[in-house]
Design a protein around this ligand. Sequence first.
Ligand SMILES: C[S@@+](CC[C@H](N)C(=O)[O-])C[C@H]1O[C@@H](n2cnc3c(N)ncnc32)[C@H](O)[C@@H]1O
Length: 324
Amino acid sequence: MTGLSAALAMANDATPDVGDDHAQILEGLGARQKWISPKYFYDERGSELFDAICRLPEYYPTRVELALMNRHIGEIAHLVGPRASVIEFGAGSNLKVRKLLDGLDQPAAYVPVEISADYLVKQADELARDYPHVHVQPVFADFTRPFDLPAHPVTPERNLIFFPGSTIGNFARPQAADLLEVMKLEACASGALLIGVDLRKNPAILHAAYNDSQGVTAAFNLNVLRRLNRELGANFALEQFRHEAIYDENEGRIEMRLVSTLAQTVAIAGERIVFGEGEHIITEYSHKYSVEEFIVLAEGAGFTTEKTWVDENALFSIHFLAVA
Ligand SMILES: C[S@@+](CC[C@H](N)C(=O)[O-])C[C@H]1O[C@@H](n2cnc3c(N)ncnc32)[C@H](O)[C@@H]1O
């Protein structure tokens, strides 16, 4: 067993439980408003498709967040201080963490916490190879539940929770507050949080970002049905569902859906799920915040704002927050 595989095998209360996951999927598909948690997007193909989304011209969040990090990395490094342990919630593509590790003063450790196990190992392996002085210790866990942090050979000066990509937006506001509390716990008393948050903006920009012309977001959305076919023996006919993403201005969120194009019945894990023509499954929310709204949320969860950076077009924000 390699060091990384051994790390992944580490017993952890938050290790995803397949039985719980399947029960949650059946609960969501049996509800009056059908839903599937976005965490199921990320099998290996889903993670690759998400990376492809990040490279799309319409998908401004990655481009703008990286540009903000590039511009302010000196200040970020100064605020974080030396020998930090970087704990990333939802590792995904490692472009952003490379930028961070390159800029920080002697980072001691990197702990990606991820639910997509294959992808986690691959990404962590690459980082361990490229950053031999950083102790890379992947954790296979559901980050919405408190998990044990691994011990490091060198004691870090402080924990920095890194949560880029506006993944916080996938949670409804009360659950986002709960997740910030988990982050505060994992950061510990002297810790900090560096978080990317997508901003409220002109709906046309949002619509283009979530309905790209190459159909990559549609493929990403539909891939969750392929996963259910493979892992739960379901018989979703992918061509009988279509991707839709709408912006609800009152709620300040993108709602991503899979719409049944006809009346049909789908079998899954011994259950039958009936769809009317035009009925949809909600697969993801992506909440947008104003800077002030996010600061109120984070401070309510026990953080103090030390610095916020916003791009010149007010598309995206990055916040540096310390545990209060
Ligand atoms: C929207 S992507 C963001 C990836 C990356 N941080 C970025 O900024 O590009 C979300 C990532 O979080 C992971 N993820 C989603 N829900 C999770 C959960 N509950 N626990 C652990 N990882 C999760 C996904 O597998 C995916 O890699």
